[in-house]
Design a protein around this ligand. Structure first.
Ligand code: CU1
Length: 159
């Protein structure tokens, strides 16, 4: 960034994980091609009533993949690409927008849960190479998706 509060010249936002040796925050707003998701697109993903389904990978047609961005509407991944720079790489946590974006993805998950109380995390059990509802997750190995379905002991959202 060459201007603003995160500009390299101010020295107030050091990059902790670089990808190309440059030590300042980089963005390329809108250069990635696809526009940011619209409200209608967000609503279309929130309307999906099934969290996930076979084949339990990036080809699955459920809420998870449309939210994460592996198919269809693509809410999460395309924001990374739209911001560009560090956000389009594995060093994306360097950008403060990363944290705002992921907080909003968490909010969408909570909203999906509220709208679909009869649905839930899938797979429930017994799916090779996919974390089932009560299986522990890497890297912690002491929490399962079931342990985290209720976020309210940890945080809540206004509005
Ligand atoms: Cu992300």
């Amino acid at each position: 960034m060459t201007d603003g509060p995160f500009a390299a010249a101010t020295g107030n936002w050091p990059i902790t994980v670089g990808v190309d040796g440059r030590t300042y925050l980089r963005r390329a707003l809108g250069a990635g091609g696809r526009a940011l998701p619209t409200r209608a697109e967000v609503e279309s993903v929130l309307a999906l009533s099934t969290y996930d389904m076979p084949p339990w990978n990036s080809a699955s047609d459920g809420f998870r993949n449309h939210l994460e961005g592996w198919r269809g509407v693509n809410l999460h991944n395309r924001v990374h690409v739209w911001v560009g720079g560090h956000m389009a790489t594995g060093a994306s946590p360097n950008d403060p927008v990363f944290w705002l974006h992921h907080a909003y993805v968490d909010k969408l998950w909570a909203e999906w849960q509220r709208r679909h109380p009869g649905s839930g995390y899938l797979p429930a059990a017994g799916t090779p190479d996919v974390v089932a509802l009560h299986e522990t997750m890497r890297p912690w190995h002491d929490m399962s998706p079931a342990d985290l379905l209720d976020h309210t002991p940890h945080y809540t959202f206004d509005g």
